[in-house]
Design a protein around this ligand. Structure first.
Ligand SMILES: [Zn+2]
Length: 301
């Protein structure tokens, strides 16, 4: 009930703020692209270049699984020419926000054509940790933006081609770096189940996760799950486990202490870092994550 009242308020506030749809024409303004989360914002910005302004609803270091939209987010959608979402259940709040805002923005689903993996009974939405999926996402975003801004087709096509070439190089570099970890040591423990696609692409085993879920909505693990995870960590022989930039590290710190392993520096998982951080862009985030994983699992740089 709280949620429906919240959305009703969003709708009312938008009507007030946008003058009940009688807003001034926006034809001369730079097109605005709104994405649900920061990883999509960076990919969209790389492709849009100077043809559009790109902003993200969920900020850097924010958690899209449990995001609570504000009336200002609804207003942003009304003023947007294009909105980009991931799909696969990653942003459970977005469809309602879009509908209640009355936005007429073109809607792009970035995960179209990506083959989803399951984690237990659920679809795993964390497709961006496999760089080959991001190449597909970049193609979807390019095609969607060309439909929304046909006069910018040449620029968008050229920007996307240059970005996809960088992504192909990134994928090769990750494989080279990962090769320095002996196969028997490619084991990951993270706060929540975010590295399924990374593991599948780059040859890792997921030993377990603190929350045991592909979402961060679940409550803290019970004692039985904790004991099982601690035992699995000890048996696996991993020297370190990982916390995430958008999650509370407390439970993982307790698990590490009990299992007698170290906590590696936080990985960028479901969100980029702030501008000027080592996770400011998708490519920087992936390079940082791989460096951090190699260092933590091998004790070298
Ligand atoms: Zn997640």
């Amino acid at each position: 009930m709280q949620k429906s009242i919240q959305l009703l308020l969003v709708g009312l506030l938008i009507s007030l703020l946008t003058g009940c749809g009688n807003s001034a024409p926006v034809t001369s303004k730079t097109p605005t692209i709104i994405t649900t989360f920061s990883v999509l914002a960076d990919i969209a910005q790389q492709i849009a270049g100077d043809t559009a302004t790109v902003t993200s609803l969920v900020p850097p270091n924010g958690d899209a699984h449990v995001f609570e939209p504000t009336p200002a987010n609804g207003v942003a959608l009304v003023n947007a020419t294009t909105v980009i979402e991931l799909g696969l259940g990653f942003e459970p709040w977005f469809a309602d926000l879009y509908a209640s805002s009355g936005s007429k923005a073109t809607r792009i689903m970035a995960s179209t054509e990506v083959t989803p993996l399951n984690a237990g009974a659920e679809t795993d939405p964390h497709i961006w940790h496999d760089v080959t999926n991001v190449i597909i996402m970049a193609q979807n975003i390019r095609d969607g933006l060309i439909t929304a801004m046909p006069s910018k087709k040449d620029t968008l096509t050229a920007n996307a081609a240059a970005y996809i070439a960088q992504l192909q190089a990134l994928d090769r570099d990750i494989q080279t770096q990962i090769a320095s970890i002996p196969a028997s040591q490619r084991k990951l423990v993270t706060s929540h189940d975010t590295f399924g696609y990374f593991a599948a692409r780059y040859g890792f085993v997921i030993v377990g996760t603190g929350l045991g879920s592909v979402s961060t909505e679940s409550s803290d693990p019970d004692a039985t799950s904790l004991i099982r995870l601690i035992t699995a960590i000890k048996t696996s022989g991993v020297p370190a486990i990982f916390v995430e930039n958008m999650s509370n590290p407390k439970v993982m710190q307790q698990i590490a202490q009990e299992a007698g392993v170290t906590i590696a520096p936080p990985l960028y998982t479901d969100a980029l870092g702030e501008a000027n951080s080592s996770g400011a862009t998708y490519i920087e985030m992936m390079r940082y994550n791989v460096r951090t994983i190699v260092t933590a699992l091998t004790g070298t740089k």
